[in-house]
Design a protein around this ligand. Structure first.
Ligand code: P61
Length: 462
């Protein structure tokens, strides 16, 4: 059979609500044109994020019932700990309420002012937590990673030469750890090759710098390695994952992605002394080390989700559905980051709307138009999210790329939903010449995209 099907059947359904175009224009205005301020019930197909939005399996729901809520020493914790140890190969496992809590604990333990933390590309919460610890976050993607239209099998790779140059320039003593984000979310959900993980690890080990992997989408990354990297076609995803993490000293994880759970995360590593310090911080802000801010039932859902995400027919369907969306809009002329990523398709808003300059936020225009057209909610990953405003001069620096991310929640939408998305995106593409820009009317000093207010500089909706 050549048709790749959803490898599950539907047991519970959740209604979604159709709205009219004029209702959507009104909702958008009331939300200050900020997708994060829309009410979810006013969204038809929600592609804002693949984070925490997975449909859980019947086995995960049965795990929820089994969850043991003891304050200390819950059997649910030990099942969670064993799943993480077996899959990732790290001995120390610290549960956290989500990925950014793991980041905060890791960076506030290791980073000081004057420190530099390199990565292929830091995700925004990662960067913000490094900066909150007084250190500098540096992105070192390979050059192909910054050119949306150029296809490359491993656009998520880190530029190893630039890593070596950075170490030579600032000194290994100023680099308390190196990060590697798999897949590279900010760079288009693009995978990192095993060869690159090995090379980055080699450089780090030669200089005594610990390597931590931001593991959010580890299974999708492993499946890309299986499909695209020589020597891995016959290996199981589980074996590939073990090899990926064998080159690292630890990882941070948001279980809201490849944990197939609605909440949760963890920090894992082999260094018991470091883990001890981190558990002390955990107790201060998250909770006792056998629950870390999670309920026992969440730990069960994650332990089961981490196993299910490694099933190869799931991963085949997962990557195929993202590819299907990417290929169909691309065939209609829409410029996207090529090839499509593991969890999302990224539209190149700068190429879609060349008439809108970066400081007029072309990605912001595009997310608003997609919502008006089809009730689809995407997210801007461009100057609104990653641009910088000088607090003294008010001078704005645009982001490296102007992207719109359409993230597919895991196991949630069917192929006809994707066909509808394709239709709506192509309709916006047809009327692209009439679309203008936006400006901020309010912005917070950090992570401004969550709470920003915007004003259109043209009539939205055509
Ligand atoms: C997302 F607009 N990602 O992609 P937490 N590392 C990586 C992530 O992708 C990630 C985290 C760490 C989200 C949620 C999100 O401004 C935003 O469990 C590679 O969300 O704390 C999260 O994991 C943090 C979306 C987060 C945003 C921040 O949609």
């Amino acid at each position: 059979m050549k048709t790749i099907i959803e490898p599950f059947r539907i047991k519970v359904v959740e209604p979604i609500r159709l709205t009219t175009r004029s209702e959507r224009l009104e909702f958008l205005r009331k939300a200050d044109y900020n997708m994060f301020k829309l009410r979810a019930e006013d969204v038809l197909l929600d592609l804002l994020t693949d984070s925490g939005t997975s449909a859980m399996s019947s086995l995960q729901w049965s795990g929820i019932m089994r969850g043991d809520e003891s304050y200390a020493g819950s059997p649910s914790f030990y099942r969670f700990e064993r799943a993480v140890q077996e899959i990732f190969g790290f001995s120390q496992v610290i549960p956290t309420h989500q990925g950014r809590a793991a980041e905060r604990i890791l960076f506030s333990t290791l980073c000081r002012p004057g420190h530099v933390v390199p990565s292929n590309t830091h995700f925004d919460t990662t960067r913000a937590n490094i900066e909150a610890a007084g250190a500098e976050a540096v992105d070192l993607p390979v050059p192909e990673g910054l050119v949306p239209a150029v296809p490359h099998p491993f656009k998520g790779n880190m530029d190893v030469e630039r890593l070596q140059d950075l170490i030579a320039r600032v000194g290994a003593d100023s680099i308390p750890l190196c990060m590697l984000t798999v897949t590279n979310n900010t760079g288009g959900g693009q995978p990192v090759s095993m060869a690159n993980i090995r090379a980055v690890s080699g450089v780090c080990r030669a200089h005594g710098i610990p390597l931590f992997v931001d593991a959010c989408r580890f299974a999708e990354n492993a499946y890309f390695i299986k499909l695209r990297e020589e020597g891995y076609a016959r290996k199981s995803v589980r074996e590939i994952v073990r090899e990926m993490f064998s080159y690292a000293d630890g990882c941070t994880m948001s279980a809201k992605k490849d944990g197939l759970a609605n909440i949760g995360g963890f920090l894992a590593m082999n260094d018991a002394a470091l883990a001890q310090k981190e558990r002390e911080l955990l107790i201060l802000t998250e909770g006792f080390p056998t629950y870390g801010g999670l309920a026992g039932r969440d730990l069960e859902a994650i332990a089961i989700g981490l196993e299910e995400v490694l099933e190869e027919n799931y991963l085949e369907y997962r990557l195929a559905s993202v590819r299907y969306l990417g290929q169909h809009i691309s065939a209609g002329g829409v410029p996207i980051v090529q090839p499509p990523g593991g969890h999302a398709v990224y539209i190149d808003a700068a190429a879609f709307l060349p008439q809108v300059p970066p400081l007029q936020l072309p990605g912001q225009s595009l997310v608003c138009e997609l919502y008006v057209e089809g009730g689809i909610r995407g997210v801007e990953v461009g100057t609104a999210m990653f641009g910088r405003r000088d607090p003294e001069t008010g001078q704005e620096t645009p982001a490296a790329m102007e992207l719109v991310r359409l993230a597919l929640p895991r196991r949630v939408y069917t192929q006809s939903h994707v066909d509808y998305m394709v239709e709506a995106i192509l309709q916006v593409w047809e009327r692209r010449e009439g679309i203008g820009g936006f400006r901020f009317t309010y912005q917070a000093p950090t992570l401004r995209h969550f709470t920003a207010a915007y004003e259109p500089l043209y009539p939205v909706g055509g």
